[in-house]
Write a protein that binds this ligand. Structure first.
Ligand SMILES: Nc1ncnc2c1ncn2[C@@H]1O[C@H](COP(=O)(O)OP(=O)(O)O)[C@@H](O)[C@H]1O
Ligand code: SF4
Ligand SMILES: [Mg+2]
Length: 387
C-alpha cells in the first residue's frame, strides 16, 4: 500500500485500473484494437472526504466511475473497497455492495421513471434491500426528503411536476435512502442553472457532514470542484496527469495540462489579471492517441523526449504526483541523449518514408511502361473489330 495511504481510514483504493473498449475484432471475435478509456489510474480516498475527477469531455471520467461501481468489468488493476478487493467478486457479494456504493447522474430528467411517484421512487430500493422495517418506510422516506430539501407533501407527486434542481434533489434522496458509504457523483450539477448548482453543491456538502459520506465527484467545471473536493485527479485521454490536494493543486498546478485547465477558472477579484492559457488544437482521438506523452500534441512545453517516451508518475511533494517529464530528474538530466535518440528515430522514419515513396514511384512507372504495350495491341483489336 502507498506510504501516504497507510495511516488513514481509506475507504476506496484504486490501483492501476484499466478499462479498454474493443473497437476492432477479427472473425473469431479476438480484439485487434481497443480504446483505452481508463489506463493505469491509481488513487486512494479517505472516509468522509471527496476526490474530484476532472478533464475535458471524453477523457474517461464516466468510465472510471462506472468501473469502480462495477457496471463495467475492469481490464486490469484492482479496486479495494473498505479493505476488500472487489475487482472480481461474485454476484452475491456485489448485491450487498449495490447499496453501499451509489451513483448520482448528470441528467435528473432521464434518470427518474415518469410513471412513479416521488415516494415510490425513493422507497423502492429501501423496500428491496430491507433498509428499515416495512411499517417505518413512509416516515423514513419523508425524513430523507426533508433532509434533501423536498417538502414531504411532494411524496405523492410525479417527477414531471418538478424543476431540474428539485429533480436532482429527488435523485440524491433516492441514492442516500439506502444508506451508502460512497457516492459517485457524475457531473451532478452540469445540467442545472448556475443559481441552482450552488444549492445542490451545498446540499451535497451538508449531507456529507451529517452522514459521513465519501464522494468521487466527477466534473469538467473546476470552480465547482474547487469548492467541494479535498483532492483532485486530472485526467487526459484515459491517463492520470496530476493528483494532489485541492488547495495545493490550485496554488501550485504543475502539469502543463492542469495549468491550462486551471487558468480558465474565473477569479472573483476584478483587479487580478488572468493569464489564460489557450489549449491549441482538438483532443486527439482516444482510439488513436499520440505516442509518448499523450498530451504532447497540445503542450506548449513539449520537448523531443515527450514525442516518444511516456512520462512516469513522479512524486513532487507530499501527496502530489505528476506525469510530466519536466518534473522527472532522470529525464531532464539526459535531455541531450533523448534529443539524439529522437533525431535517430526521425532519420529512420524519413528513410522508411523515402523507401516507400520510391517503391510507389517504381510501381507507377512500371504501369506507365505497360500502358503503351497495351495501346500497341489496339490496332489489332481495331482490325478484329473491322473483320
Ligand atoms: N461503452 C463504450 N464503448 C466504447 N467506447 C466507449 C464506451 N463508453 C465510453 N467510451 C469511450 O471512452 C472514452 C471515454 O469516455 P467517457 O468515460 O464517457 O469520458 P468522459 O466522461 O470523461 O466524457 C470516450 O472516447 C468514449 O467514446
Ligand atoms: S511530458 Fe512533455 S508534452 Fe507531456 S506535459 Fe510534460 S512537457 Fe508537455
Ligand atoms: Mg462523462
Amino acid at each position: 500500500m502507498d506510504e501516504n495511504v497507510q495511516n488513514k481510514d481509506i475507504i476506496l483504493e484504486v490501483k492501476g485500473l484499466k478499462k479498454y473498449f474493443p473497437i476492432e475484432k477479427n472473425l473469431f471475435g479476438k480484439t485487434l484494437r481497443s480504446l483505452r478509456a481508463v489506463d493505469d489510474v491509481s488513487f486512494a480516498v479517505a472516509r468522509g472526504t471527496t476526490i474530484g475527477v476532472v478533464g475535458e469531455s471524453g477523457c474517461g471520467k464516466t468510465t472510471l466511475g462506472r468501473t469502480i461501481l462495477k457496471l463495467y468489468q475492469a481490464d486490469g488493476g484492482t479496486i479495494v473497497y473498505n479493505g476488500e478487493d472487489i475487482t472480481d467478486i461474485g454476484k452475491k457479494k456485489m448485491r450487498a455492495l449495490r447499496t453501499s456504493i451509489q451513483l448520482i447522474f448528470q441528467d435528473p430528467y432521464s434518470s427518474l421513471p415518469p410513471r412513479m411517484t416521488v415516494g415510490a421512487i425513493i422507497s423502492e430500493a429501501v423496500r428491496v434491500h430491507h433498509i428499515v422495517p416495512k411499517d417505518e418506510i413512509r416516515q423514513y422516506v419523508r425524513d430523507i426528503m426533508h433532509k434533501c430539501g423536498l417538502q414531504p407533501q411532494y411524496y405523492d407527486r410525479y417527477p414531471h411536476e418538478f424543476s431540474g434542481g428539485q429533480r436532482q434533489r429527488i435523485c440524491i434522496a433516492r441514492a442516500l435512502a439506502v444508506k451508502p458509504d460512497l457516492v459517485i457523483c457524475d457531473e451532478p450539477v452540469s445540467a442545472l442553472d448556475v443559481s441552482i448548482q450552488a444549492q445542490i453543491i451545498n446540499l451535497l456538502k451538508e449531507l456529507q457532514n451529517t452522514m459521513g459520506l465519501t464522494y468521487v465527484f466527477i466534473s469538467h467545471d473546476l470552480s465547482v470542484v474547487k469548492y467541494i473536493t479535498d483532492q483532485i485527479l486530472v485526467m487526459y485521454l484515459g491517463n492520470m496527469m496530476e493528483l494532489g490536494e485541492t488547495e495545493e493543486l490550485f496554488a501550485n498546478p504543475l502539469h502543463p495540462y492542469t495549468k491550462a485547465l486551471f487558468s480558465a477558472v474565473p477569479v472573483p477579484d476584478p483587479d487580478l489579471k488572468m493569464d489564460r492559457i489557450i489549449l491549441a488544437g482538438d483532443i486527439p482521438s482516444p482510439a488513436n492517441p499520440p505516442k509518448g506523452c499523450k498530451f504532447h500534441t497540445r503542450c506548449r512545453d513539449c520537448m523531443n523526449v515527450c514525442r516518444f517516451k511516456e512520462p512516469a508518475f513522479v512524486e513532487v511533494g507530499p501527496e502530489h504526483k505528476v506525469a510530466c517529464h519536466l518534473y522527472d530528474q532522470e529525464v531532464m538530466q539526459h535531455l541531450e541523449e533523448y534529443d539524439r535518440e529522437w533525431a535517430r528515430m526521425e532519420e529512420e522514419r524519413l528513410r522508411q518514408e523515402a523507401e516507400k515513396e520510391a517503391k510507389r514511384k517504381g510501381k507507377r512507372s512500371k504501369t506507365a511502361q505497360d500502358a503503351p504495350a497495351a495501346e500497341a495491341v489496339e490496332p489489332d483489336e481495331a482490325l478484329d473489330d473491322e473483320r
